[in-house]
Write a protein that binds this ligand. Structure first.
Ligand SMILES: *Cc1c(COP(=O)(O)O)cnc(C)c1O
Length: 379
């Protein structure tokens, strides 16, 4: 059996968790949480980071911070995970779905401007497979129309965007706010877990308050106020030290994990290139402005029948491949609320995109086997 994913453990997770347990400080915002925040701030230059219990939580914090009100409109791709939308729907927002690019499942940057109305408050680009959206274009629109940009960087750890000025920036550092995921299916994991990145100074203080149940507890422990209490709305968005300890062990191996995943990705890409083009299958496209963090290796099949044929063939040979999102504008929950047009590219990715096994411990011989079975699937 070759599974689709297998969580990778660096070896130090249990040790650090044990240390956290023994320290007697188990709740959030302790030593390991601070070490994780410092890691991200040093490595990627993020202005302020707050660990959360999921990327979903980080997106919900973002919706609270930009003060989304009922009837506000938020633009995002239809080809994304439900949490991207739900975070804003919880505040009463109306989601305006954009199509994906023809060459990539990310949002079609050309489609955004036509969707902006006086009610639009935010754009939420999703860096699908860790591949950057064209952030210069998105930030330019946001500035022109006074909109906020929340990057859904769930899959985008340690991936970069190079703007027109030639400056290479980490994903998650460009929008006003950004959300990362450490769910066990991502590159760096803590079981469930996430992080909010605050790049716009105006949100820094309030983010910490929302994070700590609407109290100024964080400022109190820094000695900035002499008592703490209820100062705003909020919730319990922060993870325990046990989770932060696990995450820290992963972060220590970031380089190694990323390198290995990129190697696997490149191996697939080399092995499958010719076969894919002979069979009208698209392999991932990485625009010049983007980098590859080896998060996913996917193929876009010619049609649904071809994808079904491939999935079945792999399955009979003990290999698990999985498709990805179902267009949110066609979901049971939102199809009656979707007022926009058809989104043909989003539907194409829903029907035709297939993800192949990609995890740290996937061996070269396993990848060869996956590729050989794939090649026999369409004969
Ligand atoms: C994984 C993922 C999420 C949700 O992350 P959680 O940490 O599970 O909440 C949101 N958006 C995208 C694009 C994702 O891939």
């Amino acid at each position: 059996m070759i599974p689709f994913n297998k969580p990778y453990l660096t070896g130090k997770e249990a040790h650090y968790m044990y240390d956290a347990v023994n320290s007697g400080k188990l709740s959030g915002n302790g030593k390991y949480t601070k070490m994780c925040h410092a890691f991200f701030q040093d490595k990627f230059g993020f202005k302020k980071c707050l660990l959360t219990t999921s990327c979903t939580d980080a997106l919900e914090m973002a919706a609270l911070l930009i003060n989304i009100q009922p009837e506000d409109e938020v633009i995002m791709p239809s080809y994304t995970f439900v949490s991207t939308a739900n975070a804003f729907v919880l505040r009463g927002a109306k989601i305006v779905f954009a199509d994906s690019r023809k060459d990539h499942p990310g949002i079609d940057e050309e489609a955004i401007e036509g969707l902006i109305t006086p009610k639009t408050r935010a754009i939420v680009p999703v860096h699908y497979a860790g591949v950057a959206c064209d952030m210069d274009r998105i930030m330019e629109l946001a500035n022109r129309y006074s909109l906020f940009v929340v990057e859904d960087a769930a899959q985008a750890i340690d991936s970069y965007y190079t703007g027109k000025n030639g400056v290479k920036k980490p994903l998650g550092s460009i929008g006003h706010l950004a959300a990362f995921s450490f769910h066990e299916t991502k590159n760096i994991i803590s079981g469930e877990g996430g992080m909010l990145v605050i790049n716009d100074e105006q949100f820094a203080k309030r983010a910490e308050i929302l994070w700590e149940k609407g109290t100024n507890r964080a400022a109190f422990f820094r000695g900035e106020v002499d008592k703490y209490g209820w100062v705003d709305i909020g919730s319990s968005f922060l993870p325990s030290e046990i989770i932060a300890a696990f995450l820290y062990a992963q972060l220590e191996h970031l380089e190694q994990i990323q390198q290995k995943r990129r190697d696997i990705w490149n191996y697939y890409n080399d092995k499958l290139g010719q076969w894919a083009s002979e069979n009208d299958i698209d392999l991932p496209f990485i625009p010049d402005f983007a980098t590859n963090n080896g998060h996913l290796f996917y193929m876009v099949c010619k049609n649904l029948e071809q994808r079904t044929q491939i999935v079945e063939k792999l399955k009979t040979n003990g290999i698990l491949s999985v498709f990805h999102y179902l267009s949110l504008h066609q979901s049971q929950f939102y199809r009656n609320k979707h007022t926009g047009s058809d989104l043909p590219q989003s539907n194409r990715y829903s029907d035709c995109l297939l993800r192949l096994p990609l995890f740290f411990e996937l061996s070269t011989s396993d990848i060869t086997r996956v590729c050989d079975v794939l090649k026999s699937a369409l004969i």
